[in-house]
Design a protein around this ligand. Structure first.
Ligand code: ATP
Length: 372
């Protein structure tokens, strides 16, 4: 048997509905045994892409390969791909055992094998004692695990998960993020997870594709998307940012100098994918946690800093557990957000206090306004 590096490949696939390009020339290669998320806003084409991989929708052009072989002409039940839907689609009239055994019975597996496989998979999802329970007697989190067990008992090459946490309350969703990641490790099967929730995608995934208007804006590790977003869309969609308009006044090999509407000069990193030229209108992105907050007195008399600096007054302090978020009113930007860890002695940082915000040019992203 040939050994393939990729469990799933999509090669230049597209799907139009009338004039809507739901999926527009998308390619992806998912290495074996990884957790891959497709992240994007409502209507960006995630479900259409997933449906094409599962075989419920045919691409207008392009190819889809599972373990190196094209499945374009294979019906959904002939692809070794299983799917967990948002509403799980468990059979309410059957107990847990029969739900999980269903697919095995359809494929003619012997009774003894079914028994062994069902019990094995229940062990693996850490629910060894629920085989006889009705579906209605399970908690939301247990139903999720049974929905995954029902697919995994069939030993798929790829498991597709279509926003499976969407119907859960916030607390359970947080717990299930971690559980899903652990289950994926445990089965060592490629999971393709679609979501509009960036925190789900960042926590669970080895790789994330950020999708917008039917296209992939960027594919990378969660860290890469967060620290080096390739486009303005990714910078705005993944994580929080302060976002300001500015104009480029100079470009050097290492970065750009921009001038904000109120005349403050800031240094920013030059984007390799979307470079700017002098005179361009741009949009600047700075994450709240990259800002260092100083009492104004602490920087007065300081030699000219390499860092970008904005001065302002604390408007509000929003307590958020480990960190607090400051809303800072500066002369030029309406409200700037900065994250700080406030300790008992942080009396300088209170509403009304005069402070300076400082951050480096490398933490300042700059994209052409025309790309936003
Ligand atoms: P959501 O997160 O809201 O489910 P999505 O990212 O999954 O959205 P899709 O459901 O794939 O997006 O839809 C992408 C685009 O294609 C949308 O504009 C949608 O209206 C359109 N579309 C999807 N399916 C069809 C269809 N069967 N007929 C016509 N248009 C469709």
């Amino acid at each position: 048997m040939t050994d393939h590096a990729y469990d799933l490949e999509c090669i230049d696939i597209s799907r139009k509905f009338g004039s809507v390009r739901a999926v527009d020339d998308v390619s992806l290669s998912i290495p074996r045994g990884s957790f891959f998320s497709i992240l994007g806003p409502s209507g960006c084409g995630k479900t259409t892409l997933m449906r094409m991989i599962a075989g419920f929708e045919k691409p207008d052009h392009g190819d889809i390969r599972i373990k190196g072989s094209s499945v374009l002409n294979a019906a959904p039940n002939k692809r070794n791909v299983k799917m967990v839907f948002q509403h799980l689609a468990l059979f309410p009239m059957m107990n847990v055992y029969d739900n999980i055994a269903y697919g095995l019975r359809c494929s003619g597996t012997s009774k003894a094998d079914i028994q062994k496989k069902v019990h094995d998979v229940l062990e693996r999802v850490a629910l060894p004692d629920v085989a006889k329970r009705d579906i209605g007697q399970l908690s939301g989190g247990q139903k999720q695990r049974i929905a995954i067990a029902r697919c995994m008992v069939l030993d798929p090459d790829v498991l597709l998960l279509d926003e499976p946490l969407g119907a859960l309350d916030l607390k359970l969703r947080e717990a299930m993020k971690i559980e899903l990641k652990l289950l994926q490790h445990q089965f060592n099967t490629t999971f393709v997870y679609i979501t509009h929730d960036q925190s789900e995608a960042l926590v669970m995934s080895d790789q994330v594709a950020v999708m917008n208007n039917g296209r992939f804006e960027q594919v990378g590790t969660p860290q890469m998307l967060y620290q080096q977003p390739a486009t303005a869309f990714v910078a705005g969609f993944v994580g929080d940012s302060n976002i300001w308009k500015a104009k480029v006044t100079a470009v050097s090999a290492t970065g750009v100098t921009v001038c904000t509407g109120a005349g403050t000069q800031l240094q920013a990193r030059l984007s390799a994918e979307q470079p700017c030229r002098a005179g361009d209108n741009v949009v600047i992105y700075v994450r709240p946690e990259f800002m260092q907050v100083q009492a104004l007195g602490a920087i007065e008399g300081q030699a000219v800093s390499e860092l970008n600096t904005l001065q302002g007054h604390v408007d509000s302090v929003l307590f958020n557990g480990a960190n607090s978020r400051l809303l800072v009113r500066t002369p030029e930007q309406a409200l700037v957000e900065a994250d700080v860890t406030l300790t008992g002695g942080s009396d300088d940082i209170r509403p009304g206090a005069a402070i300076a915000l400082q951050w480096s040019s490398q933490q300042t992203l700059c994209f052409p306004e025309s790309s936003v």
